[in-house]
Every structure is written in structure tokens, then in C-alpha cells.
Design a protein. Sequence first.
Length: 162
Amino acid sequence: MEGDRRKKSVCSIIAVGEVWMKQDSERWLAQSTDDLTTAEVLFGAGRYGPCAFFCQQVAEKALKAVLYRTGTRPWGHNVSSLLDQICVILQIESDQSPQREAMSLDEHYIRPRYPDAGDDADYDIASANRALSDAQTVLAFARKVFADAGNTPDNRPTPDMG
């Protein structure tokens, strides 16, 4: 009897955690969209390095939103690794995902923010424009799979234990 109660309690905690992650996923996706707006403003102001960093953030947060939506706690800042996790979980062929764009955006996580990581002069209108395009591509992919993520076998409702 005590074991049954403990088992039910653990399952309830897990179910609450999954519900929280799925609700939190919407906030991550919204923040990703806000970061795209910030990147566009920075682009318009000629701040190409910071624009590229925010483009990386767009992709990272959008992909983390998808992972939270699937009930998976994301870890790290590497956009291509987050994308790989999504492809495995949702059984998406990697050639059907924006791998090139993800790898390109990974370059913008550290370099535009730290003086000793590279030269901000490396960023010009063309590189920032590519980063914006890559971010938009990853965000569009994330939005599509975000909508589908709740329908995967891994996201079936937790069965009532009792």
C-alpha cells in the first residue's frame, strides 16, 4: 500500500514537471520571437556583431522551446546540438532540418560579445544579413515542429497510476 502511494506521488510529480515544461515552452518561443525583433533593430542601427549574437539567441531559444514542448529539458547553447536532439526525439531526418544554418549561428555565440574572441569588425552588413536569414530559417523550422511536438509518442498523457 505504501509503495503504491509513493509510486502515485512520483508519477504526479513527473506529470506536473511535464506540464510545466510544456507551458514554459511557449514562453521560450515568444522570447525567441522577441529576440528576432531585437536583432532586426540592431541590424537597422548598424550594430552587426550584436545583431548576429541575437540571431544565435533566436535559434537557441526556439529550439529549446521545442525540446521543452516534448518534455525534454534542454542543456547548453550549441544550436546544432539542440537541433540534433530534436531530430532524434521527433524522428526527423537531419537533411530535413536547418543544419547548415544552425552550424553557422553557433559561430555567433561568443565572438561578437567578447573582445578577445574575435574582432567586431569581422561583422558587416552581409554577415549580419546572413545571420538574420539563418535565424529566420531556424525559427520557422522550430515553429513548425513546435506545433507537431505535442503529437509525438513521447508526449502522450501520463497514465493515471491509480
